[in-house]
Design a protein around this ligand. Structure first.
Ligand code: FES
Length: 162
């Protein structure tokens, strides 16, 4: 039997709203679980995490070493400091290579050149290669590849010393 009491209708509306809200919440929660399941897992040593590049003494002064799992070049400058230079060109994102004979990074896509510190030597790239933060703990070099550090040009304050 239908109750035409306005208070009762209001209760019915409230219940409908509550069911709808609970249904929406369950739907959102399922979506969140599915999203988390589909996210790539970052393991230690993978790009996007902190990566151990090696020991300080593994890298002689004035050297450039490609750390492929971290997608960066570990540059040890002549005076002993380090830079972790992201391999991604700041023009349109191609992967630069280190050309030892020319002592520069070269982008194969539109021929931007960068010096050892990552500064632009030849456009179209308009700013220096990005860096990753370096931490040296007990002579171990750790590079945080979670977030590239954008910069306009090289500055001595960007160097990490052992
Ligand atoms: S993407 Fe490197 S120069 Fe264009």
């Amino acid at each position: 039997m239908e109750n035409s009491n306005p208070a009762s209708l209001s209760r019915r509306s409230f219940l409908h709203l509550a069911y709808a809200a609970l249904g929406s919440l369950a739907f959102l929660e399922s979506g969140l679980i599915l999203f988390q399941y589909l996210q790539p897992r970052l393991g230690e040593g993978e790009f996007g995490s902190k990566i151990k590049a090696g020991l300080v003494n593994d890298f002689p002064p004035n050297s450039v070493t490609h750390i492929s799992n971290g997608r960066f070049f570990l540059v040890r400058l002549a005076e002993g400091g380090f830079l972790a230079v992201y391999q991604r060109c700041t023009h349109l994102g191609c992967t630069v290579s280190w050309e030892m004979a020319q002592n520069k990074f070269i982008c194969p896509c539109h021929s931007s050149h960068f010096d050892q510190q990552g500064d632009v030597e030849n456009p179209p790239a308009a700013r220096a290669l990005d860096l990753f933060a370096i931490e040296i703990i007990n002579q171990e070099i750790w590079v945080d590849t979670a977030k590239p550090l954008s910069r306009q040009s090289f500055a001595p304050s960007q160097i990490t010393y052992p």
